[in-house]
Design a protein around this ligand. Sequence first.
Ligand code: ADP
Ligand code: MG
Length: 289
Amino acid sequence: STPAAITSGIAAGARRGLLIKGGAALETIGRVRAIAFDKTGTLTQGRPQVTDLVPLTGTDRSLLGMVAAVENGSSHPIARAILDCAAGGGVPLRPAREQKALPGRAAQAIVGGKLVEVGSPRHAAERCGLEGISADRIAALEDEGKTVVVVLADAQPVGLIALRDEPRPDALRGIAALRDLGVRSIMLTGDNIRTGQAIGRKLGIEVKAGLLPENKLNEIAVLKAEAPVAMVGDGINDGPALAAADVGIAMGGGTDVALETADAALLGNRVEGVADLIALSRATMTNIH
Ligand code: ADP
Ligand code: MG
């Protein structure tokens, strides 16, 4: 009977690290025509490493000591990378106060009496027009798939930091498996378009970049109007997008928020698990009809 097929489908998934929150979720997953993926922590490891320090005044160490002070206390992967880099180099943090996050844009704090901001080139451009910074230099780093953050002190550029977040080892295979199932994959990212496209080219996935958290929701709505869509994310900044999709899929390393909001979860951080979920759903529904 129908309930028996669904129960055994859910059990078969659980044995393979695919956790599905009930029959409705299992049924919908197989009908999905597009998958929206969060980039950071979902298609990539979510553990960026600092690759380039470019002080415009002062030294690498003075730049790092100031920026780490701003990022201290932030849970953003970029903040973690910068704090690790400072700690690894034995660079002491400057005293800072009024640390604040501007989600999807920057972190800021008062350091040495100045308002120091560390954020996206777009954020810096809005603050100071990127005067004194070589756009070519930023573009060259971004074309290598690196994320560049610009450091401002009282709205004057004082340095750049580039970071690289490696794709998950099975991301390329996972996207290819979805293509074989006739499912379209789209990467949604707050990162800039050059970095996004450099990573997208490697993985063979469409890219929508430069998205603020609310823009990600809008992209989901646009896709949803065409056909059922799933969103895959780790729940850091993407809880609302997971909830807005027809099916929200959390990667296993995700936050409690992601697991609460999601309809399914993938253990072991396997991108290939998304295609496995769809195949399992289709096989289960074939048994029913
Ligand atoms: P993603 O979509 O990759 O998870 P976010 O939406 O969290 O990215 O952030 C988008 C961009 O905003 C980052 O690429 C970075 O340029 C900037 N940004 C956000 N938070 C921080 C931070 N704590 N420190 C520096 N830059 C930040
Ligand atoms: Mg994220």
